[in-house]
Design a protein around this ligand. Structure first.
Ligand SMILES: Cc1cc2nc3c(=O)[nH]c(=O)nc-3n(C[C@H](O)[C@H](O)[C@H](O)COP(=O)(O)OP(=O)(O)OC[C@H]3O[C@@H](n4cnc5c(N)ncnc54)[C@H](O)[C@@H]3O)c2cc1C
Length: 202
């Protein structure tokens, strides 16, 4: 069973995975099983071109960010399982967490973070009761969110990125994924604030 399974590997999901992975040296995170359903085919990053994101050279392609993010996770934090080429069909509650069914496999996890974007094409069984019209996007676009408070949808179930109700900007989606990651780390740390900083020597 995973301790946490992130669903979707776009701006929010990949940022969340990188921060959770980066906590590996902390005692409270050491033996945690972390998984990322690394489906990227329908990410809005696939067609995005970035000139307005701090840290990205102007002209950065979203498609390159998707590949680089996955490579970075593999290289630095290989203990995070990247489950590729699988699309989630259902997230159903079980006694001690959730059963997540993809088009190929079934996984169980104590905690689930849904970061699949805000398109109304999202039809994952089990999420229906939480789906509402997106609070910030124009009604004509028919975007959706999972109703949440501070990213928490229900016990053990989190949402991140545009599906959490945020506007569609890379930094916002990525920051939302980072926020959820530190919320999970804080929980693992018995409620004491937790975040991960690397620093230069000297
Ligand atoms: C054309 C375009 C240009 C843009 N330009 C800019 C810009 O200049 N500046 C800026 O700041 N922002 C820009 N954006 C917005 C930015 O790309 C989005 O805000 C950001 O990608 C949203 O992140 P997200 O994680 O919420 O969703 P996404 O990045 O879309 O990620 C969702 C992920 O979930 C996966 N997924 C979906 N369904 C499932 C499923 N059932 N099972 C498993 N995985 C699933 C998808 O494959 C994807 O990887 C642009 C977007 C587009 C479309």
């Amino acid at each position: 069973m995973y301790d946490v399974l992130i669903i979707g590997a776009g701006a929010a999901g990949m940022s969340c995975a990188l921060i959770l992975g980066s906590a590996k040296s902390k005692a409270f995170a050491k033996d945690r099983r972390i998984g990322l359903i690394a489906h990227q085919r329908t990410s809005h990053l696939q067609t995005a071109l970035f000139n307005n994101v701090l840290g990205f050279t102007s002209g950065t392609l979203g498609a390159d960010i998707l590949k680089q993010g996955s490579d970075q996770l593999t290289e630095l934090y290989p203990h995070v399982d990247q489950i590729k080429n699988e699309k989630v069909k259902a997230i159903l509650r079980i006694v001690d967490g959730f059963k997540v069914t993809t088009n190929k496999n079934t996984y169980t996890s104590k905690t689930v973070i849904v970061a699949v974007g805000y398109t109304n094409l999202m039809t994952i069984e089990g999420l229906g009761p939480y789906v509402e019209p997106h609070p910030r996007a124009p009604a004509a676009k028919e975007r959706i969110w999972l109703k949440n408070e501070d990213h928490l949808v229900d016990d053990g179930l989190y949402v991140a990125g545009t599906l959490a109700g945020w506007r569609s900007q890379f930094a916002i989606a990525s920051g939302s994924g980072a926020q959820v990651a530190t919320d999970i780390l804080t929980l693992w740390n018995d409620g004491q604030d937790a975040h991960v900083h690397d620093k230069t020597q000297g």
